[in-house]
Design a protein. Sequence first.
Length: 165
Amino acid sequence: MKNIIAIASTVIVLILMGYTFSTGGAFQGGEAGHVIEDIGSFKKKQANNSTQPPENENVEEDKIRALRDKAGNTAMFEVSNAYKSKCASCHGIDGSGLQNGKKLMGPGLLGQSEEKLFTDLVDFKAGRKENLIMKGLLINLSEEDLKEYAKEIAQFKARKEALEK
């Protein structure tokens, strides 16, 4: 019985190998991965593409826009490094809860008063409001640090309105 299973398995493996070989190999490497002889022509094609001018006329604008998006749209208005490092990834660089038109994990903070923000931060730190991410970010901060965050975030709406004028 063991011999029959071993022979059947071997035949199945050989059939699969033949099928794989007949369909062009098992490479998953894109254009240059299909045939080794193709590497030379791929390099020539790549060299030709790099010397052609880009089709997009606004290349510099696209590069700047991509950089701003990657940096978190820092050109809106200045925020502290503390806010950028702890809050911006979830609440947005401007506290709107959006980045590039997409909703982020955290809610928008724009328009909230300093007192409400401070109370919420204290509640998150103490565990009265359940959010493990917020608790983890705030656990080592003092009450004075929380007041600074609340004060800064409360100013975001006025800063944004001033920029829009």
